[in-house]
Design a protein. Structure first.
Length: 326
């Protein structure tokens, strides 16, 4: 129910309207500008107040609403940290897969066939099942890295790695955070042709001469040469077997003295927390072939692939970082 309140308020444009208004607005005024019912609007606004997404004050017996710092930062389109694209993706895709959670637990498979009627033998064919869905997913990841990118890239000093490959780097949003934090580096974003083409058409990261794009399938095609390979939100999509295959390929491609940076949300050692990561792991069940893992489980994947000196850093944010050397 809470999720639907958030989705509805974003879809209707509540937070953008209040951000643009020169002063707090009453429910009737909000309804008039949004083209919604005053009754339903008042109920939605008051619920958003309880969720700390709006604040209200009473003047002459009338409630007036405005955004809180939380909604101003993350729910207003004009904010550089707005998560609106991610919320739209969650509402239109993830939330529908979660409606089949019980079935996912029964059969251990993602729920794209049940939720959308599409086969999921090839995972990203299902995830990118239309051009619009692919673009929405890429915009959602851009939102993620606008908030979490700098923190995870600063978990270790990456300045010794001048040539970086962001494997499965999507729109280039994380690559842009990387060149911002480490101005001396060059980043190659490696992703499938459809993603690279969409990135070139809809995202502005190509304006940075330090960022380049290379087309390919990271399970099959030669990886670009690099000192450091970034696997951000990649391994959690896949089974241990496929992760091992990918890590072995990265190790073979990596320059001597180079390394791999794994960016994922880490489970506690016993797998029973943090709650957010446990929920992400269930999300991997309903949407992918993978799961979230503990530091020890990632070490058990990295070592057989040939990596050494594995270091895990919890960032205090949603995503954590693991650095391993060739």
């Amino acid at each position: 129910l809470v999720s639907e309140v958030l989705f509805a308020a974003c879809e209707l444009g509540v937070f953008d309207l209040l951000a643009e208004a020169p002063e707090p607005l009453g429910a009737v005024a909000v309804a008039a500008r949004l083209g919604t019912s005053s009754h339903g609007t008042e109920l939605l606004l008051d619920t958003c107040v309880s969720l700390k997404l709006l604040q209200a004050e009473t003047r002459r017996g009338k409630a007036l609403y405005q955004n809180t710092e939380l909604s101003s930062t993350y729910l207003v389109r004009a904010s550089p940290k707005c998560q609106g694209n991610m919320l739209r993706y969650l509402a239109r895709t993830t939330y529908l897969c979660w409606g089949h959670l019980a079935q996912a637990v029964r059969d251990g498979k993602n729920q794209y066939p049940e939720a959308f009627g599409v086969p999921s033998d090839e995972l990203f064919t299902a995830i990118y099942r239309s051009e619009g869905e692919r673009l929405q997913f890429m915009r959602a990841l851009q939102d993620v890295w606008s908030v979490s990118g700098r923190r995870v890239l600063a978990a270790f000093d990456l300045s010794p790695f001048p040539l970086i490959c962001d494997v499965g780097g999507c729109s280039g949003a994380l690559a842009k955070e990387c060149t911002s934090l480490y101005p001396g580096c060059q980043v190659t974003v490696f992703d499938i042709p459809e993603v690279v083409q969409t990135a070139k058409e809809h995202f502005s990261f190509l304006d940075d001469p330090r960022i380049s794009f290379r087309e390919g399938d990271f399970f099959k095609d030669p990886l670009p040469e690099a000192d450091l390979y970034i696997l951000a939100r990649v391994l959690h999509d896949w089974t241990d077997t496929r992760c091992s295959h990918l890590l072995a390929r990265v190790h073979r491609a990596c320059k001597p003295g180079g390394g791999v940076l794994v960016i994922e949300s880490l489970l506690d050692a016993d797998g029973r927390g943090p709650l957010t990561t446990q929920l992400y792991s269930l999300n991997m069940l309903v949407q992918t072939e993978g799961r979230e893992r503990t530091p020890a489980q990632y070490c058990a994947l990295l070592a057989p692939a040939g990596f050494r000196d594995v270091q895990c850093r919890r960032t205090g944010g949603i995503y954590d970082a693991i650095l391993a050397r060739r």
